[in-house]
Design a protein around this ligand. Structure first.
Ligand SMILES: [Zn+2]
Length: 104
């Protein structure tokens, strides 16, 4: 068994979704720490972040590339320029209209 990903505070809600997506691709995986959510407040906060584990080590590289692809897709989603309100496609790092950087 090998750890694939540790979720942060911002993305831990995605843990169940990613597990589902991997299982749909035939990758057996499980989430550790998830059950600790119920005990939040009684244990140190940092111990509550879920981890995604792949059951079969040999499948790990495949699971990793699947995961990377999903994250890449997410990053490529359309975004709106904070400077001028123009809607831009995900592959653009800055606004073609006013030149403002995406994460500025
Ligand atoms: Zn703009």
């Amino acid at each position: 068994m090998k750890k694939l990903y540790s979720f942060s505070l911002a993305d831990r809600a995605e843990a169940g979704l990613l597990k589902e997506l991997l299982e749909r691709e035939g990758v057996a995986c499980l989430i550790r720490n998830e059950q600790l959510f119920a005990a939040l407040g009684e244990i140190p906060f940092l111990e509550c972040f879920p981890e995604l584990w792949v059951v079969d080590d040999e499948i790990w590289p495949r699971a990793k590339s699947l995961l990377d692809n999903w994250f890449k897709k997410e990053e490529a989603e359309a975004w709106r320029c904070a400077g001028c309100g123009e809607e831009l496609e995900g592959q653009f790092g800055s606004c073609w209209k006013c030149g403002k950087a995406r994460d500025a």
